[in-house]
Write a protein that binds this ligand. Sequence first.
Ligand SMILES: [Zn+2]
Length: 415
Amino acid sequence: MQLQPSVGADRQAKSSSSAPTGAPSPKTVGGRASTPGEATTGVACERVMGRVRGQEAGPSLVVVAGIHGNEPAGVEAARRVLLRLAQGDIALRGELVILGGNVAALRTGARYLQRDLNRGWTDDDALRLQTATPGSLQAEDREQAELLAAIEVVRSTARGAVHLADLHTSSAPGVPFVIFGDTLVQRRFVRVFPIPVIIGLVEHVDGVLSEFWSRRGLVTFSVEGGQHEDPRSRDGLEAILWLALSQAGMIATSTPPEVAAATRLLDQRRGDLPRVLDVVSRHSITAADAFVMEPGFRNVHRIPKGCLLAHDRRGEIRASSAGVVVLPLYQKLGSDGFFWALEVSDGQLRISELLRRLPVDALVTLLPGVKRDAAQPRRLEVSTTTGRAKILSLLRLLGYRREKTTGTTSTVERA
Ligand SMILES: [Zn+2]
């Protein structure tokens, strides 16, 4: 389906100055009334909330704010950045484009209308949406088709590398953190953020926006900014955007004080949590497990060995070593009880990056029981029972993190 860019996008594409278009008037910033809990009162925004095209060529940054309609903090954070840029003393090179995520759901404050808009980002779905009869799409299908078209416009008119930031908040309280597909270029990009960056979490979920665009060559990351209604979430997401603009090399003038302030703010929020975490396992559950998480854990929570984490029908679930619990389940629905992560030292990161720059990837099929998928070279099949855990952990080090096991065969895939 051919989608026309919105009026805003069309108007902005013709702008050659670096003054932002679509910037809000001051009275709209932070003007959203709020109610406690999961439901929010809703926020109005356009698909293209703002577009700043610098006179100088350079990288692009696409920001998707509020892909979940009950998460307006990202919309507010992005508006603040646009408002600051509208003052005119910070020139950008390249292009900044702010997109409203689930525009219809944001208006009502619901997470989504018919389905989660941060799922279904697969090649098949993209083809279906792009070839659908104009006007036939409803709710999230329509939102996704419009987002696809808008991001494609940025990609096709880019004058440098294209980055994509996907902004979220959560129902549980916690420190902001970043998740990203484990490629070396994305690892390097997210290290600028002084909050926990979590390797290996995105690979546990299929069909998310960031991974879809990462496979198409964009440098992507997602941020969980904190609890929906906490004003610090909006501040943290704004800080993320300043650091992303700086890290992408898009600030053409001298670095504005917002960048150093952003580092200070996020550094403070991280507290004693590690900078880099590696998800080593997922505690998957079914309804029959009667899984109940112990109360009081935050989204990213350091745990001593032996700590009581949860109960299920078999009894207590305790930490077998020291580590970090990520995204403990406090909602009724879900198949992820929690994720278990370990701190990664700078030394370990350097070793894994060095290994991945060496041509060892070509040698992995020499490992016992490891075969490369002929149709999909990023995918390996591991069909050995002897030493399988060790082989899988070695392959994880090389970036093969998306793992599915059926019986005695595992398939692993890298980003
Ligand atoms: Zn979200």
